[in-house]
Ligand binder design. Structure first.
Ligand code: AMP
Ligand code: GLY
Length: 465
């Protein structure tokens, strides 16, 4: 039997009848405060994105118990962290069976692409995210490209290849530079922008041989290289309707001025100016809604967050990629701007009534600066003592989200490549940037590095009027 997810009034049947009767006579126009139904929530994941989700859920008056699996040292301050193997469906099912959450929120793509939502749904357990079939929009770039072609969703010209002969043949149709993408999940390492046709062949060979990315690279997508500014446009879907979240921009390269190799994301920011109402409607009408309608028509209903990675080109917005979950680090500034209850939005998505959900945002911008371990995105050492987090959080409007930390004897230590997402809200973008960097300056750990130009593009647009 499926659990009932939403209960508006926690009162018995008789009391309910009396209440409706009395309310009709006496309180016809008055608002009666309902006693919130207590909710036990489980969040899956262990990064900065999950910390932001947990931090926001913690603020919901309805959340009475919050678990995060596996979580991290910083998340442990906001939720009870429990061990789990995110790569194992058995482990996830056993955990949920033991904790019996009223709802499970899936953070990262891996459990989604393995089918955690399908497994939970089969058991009648409320869970937030797309099924395995729907998550193919992220887990297979060739699926996503062919889907976009079928549904006329604007995207770069492409060709799917499984061997070098096909690459050579396809290359006749492309001008350099050409983008070479591994078909499967590659944790941000599956995209090469090749400047010459020789580079394309080399990159494709590295992927197709399976040496570089294993199975994820056994099929590659060659893509026309697009120019413009990138935008992360996320919507919440209930399978039929979508509600846009505020837009954000990621900073994928490791060094300032977009230099150096790609990372999981070195920072992000979100402002109202990124997309005006007209552009937001355009993105919903021409991208988000057709994707959700197309998936539904193809029998793979898409529920949860649909992350559209967009390039704003001179020819108009074009889709670079889809992700089937919240972005990391975009979620940190997006969540900082959310004024409504995240749990309500999540429930509305699960229950198929997302357009009735309460989604409210502050106009204040938010900025997240990622502090990373020395060497990241290459090899790095973990176990470095971190100081200054409390001082950083004393700055008004600042929250430090933990991405890769653990806690021992009352102190935090680094445990991952991306360590902290120092996030600040401000009255305007310069204010948010200043607060974020003031907070960063309070924090220290051996080898730490971070970009000094997060949101610089937004500041430039502001100066240009
Ligand atoms: P993806 O995983 O497909 O989003 O690619 C990662 C990053 O590679 C994107 O955020 C872009 O910066 C870049 N990229 C991907 N596809 C293209 C493209 N067709 N043209 C230019 N840059 C691209
Ligand atoms: N920030 C990009 C991603 O979440 O995939």
């Amino acid at each position: 039997m499926a659990k009932r997810l939403h209960c508006k009034f926690d009162i018995g049947h008789t009391a309910h009848l009396l209440f409706s009767f009395a309310s009709r006579i006496v309180l016809s126009n008055a608002r009666v405060a309902a006693k919130p139904c207590p909710m036990k929530v489980l969040v899956l994941g262990s990064g900065g994105r999950e910390h932001a989700i947990v931090w926001k859920l913690r603020q919901s008056p309805r959340v009475t118990k919050l678990y995060c699996a596996p979580g991290n040292g910083g998340i442990a301050a906001d939720a009870e962290c429990v061990a789990v193997d995110l790569k194992s469906l058995d482990s996830l099912v056993q955990l949920a069976n033991r904790l019996s959450p009223d709802v499970t929120v899936v953070g990262p793509e891996l459990p989604l692409t393995l089918g955690v939502v399908d497994e939970f749904q089969r058991r009648g357990w409320p869970v937030f995210g797309p099924t395995r079939a729907a998550a193919q929009l992220e887990s297979s770039k060739s699926f996503a490209k062919e889907f976009m072609q079928r549904h006329r969703i604007p995207t770069a010209k492409y060709s799917v290849c499984v061997n070098q002969e096909e690459v050579l043949e396809a290359l006749k149709l492309f001008h350099t530079p050409v983008v070479v993408k591994a078909d499967g999940l590659a944790a941000g390492k599956g995209v090469v922008i090749a400047q010459t046709k020789d580079d394309v062949q080399r990159a494709a060979e590295d992927m197709l041989s399976g040496k570089m990315l294993g199975e994820a690279g056994l099929r590659v997508v060659l893509e026309e290289c697009l120019e413009g500014e990138e935008l992360s446009f996320l919507v919440m879907s209930d399978g039929e309707r979508v509600v846009p979240l505020v837009a954000a921009q990621d900073h994928k390269r490791v060094f300032d001025n977009d230099q150096g190799p790609n990372t999981g994301g070195m920072g992000a920011y979100s402002t109202d100016q990124m997309v005006d109402a007209q552009m937001r409607d355009w993105l919903v009408t021409h991208i988000a809604r057709p994707v959700v309608a197309g998936m539904r028509a193809e029998g793979a209903e898409y529920k949860g967050i649909l992350y559209c990675g967009i390039m704003m080109t001179a020819r108009g917005p074009m889709v670079l990629e889809f992700n089937c979950r919240f972005g990391d680090p975009e979620t940190q500034p997006i969540i900082m701007r959310m004024e409504s209850d995240l749990l309500e939005g999540i429930e509305a998505s699960i229950e198929g009534r997302v357009s009735e959900g309460d989604f409210r945002w502050t106009h204040d911008p938010a900025v997240c600066v990622v502090m990373a371990s020395g060497g990241y995105p290459g090899g790095f050492e973990a176990g470095k003592l971190i100081s200054g987090i409390d001082e950083a959080e004393r700055i008004y409007g600042v929250k430090v989200f933990h991405a890769g930390t653990n806690r021992r004897d009352g102190a935090y230590y680094t445990s991952g490549g991306r360590v902290l997402g120092v996030t600040a809200r401000g009255k305007d973008l310069p204010d948010a940037v200043e607060r974020a960097y003031d907070a960063v300056m309070k924090i220290r750990f051996d080898g730490m590095h971070y970009r000094k130009d997060i949101a610089a593009r937004g500041l430039k647009h502001l100066r240009a009027g």
